[in-house]
Design a protein around this ligand. Sequence first.
Ligand code: KG4
Ligand code: ZN
Length: 333
Amino acid sequence: MADGAGTRHRVILAIETSCDDTCAAVVMEAGEIRSNVIASQGLLHARYGGVVPEIASRHHLELVDAVTADALERGGVGLDEIDTVAVTHGPGLIGALLVGLSSAKALAAARRLPLVPVDHLHGHVVASTLGADPVETPYLCLVASGGHTFLARVDDPARYTVLGQTLDDAAGEAFDKGARLLGLGYPGGPAVDRLARDGDPDAFEFPISAPGELDFSFSGLKTSLLYRIRDLGDEAEGRAADLAASYQRAIVDALTARTAAALERDGLERLAIGGGVAANSRLRTAVGELGVPVWVPSVELCTDNAAMIAGAARFLEPLAYPAYLNLDASARL
Ligand code: KG4
Ligand code: ZN
């Protein structure tokens, strides 16, 4: 068991609805994942080129009960065997968060169970403490998703300290916006990753801005991709794979350079990565070359999921019934 976990949450049911995935999971206190159900709304939002908050909330409402029932069934437990309910209360889309929070409160209150409100980002940070080979503290975690990009130091899994973060776009946003410029679909990260396999990562130079020792900035990158595509004119289509590979290299180089700097500055000897961009094949290879052991969770644990929310809840104090009934969701924590 990772340090810090008590004996209070033997079987945890977690719900996560902060963005466009409706998620529920059953996780044991020691970190064993019994089930991790993810109902992705990705295709519903693809035609709009991004997540539409109102549509996300409505679909969460339609899906949350079935996804929770599925998580319990796959986890082989009944509601009566749950000791603690955990739920994401922010940050995220406020309407989406409220659906999960209300559902979790109702499930917990009906059985007078304790409830643990969890910071979504804390979930990403501790995803690697789950499963058969949990990362031990202290470690550095690089979280790169569609909404967030930061480096966190973890000395105790109950909390984390942000060492550096993006000052503008998140890394996933850079992938998504780059993909749109290249005429690829949404979400753009997996599409750029696939196209980049056939391209030369050294074909084009993209500037990597360094706003601070451990901070990131990705907004200039998409502008330089836009200019490069304009300059190429009719040739751009034929060079799409080279553009994707070079653009991906620039994002991954920026992530790994700050990660290496943070490891060195803080003298940390273990690295974990998380967030949707941690599914990127180039990033997964590049972090393996930083000279420290790296924990790279499975793709389902990198992208939004409820197992990581239960994972964080293991280390937190629950709220007893009825203290959580007036708990609110928060778009920004
Ligand atoms: O963590 P996540 O599922 O949701 C947020 O909390 O944002 O991350 C989604 C982001 C999207 O921007 C998506 O394009 C990116 O992760 N992503 C990838 C890959 N798979 C997902 N980016 C690069 N390469 C991938 N293979
Ligand atoms: Zn996330």
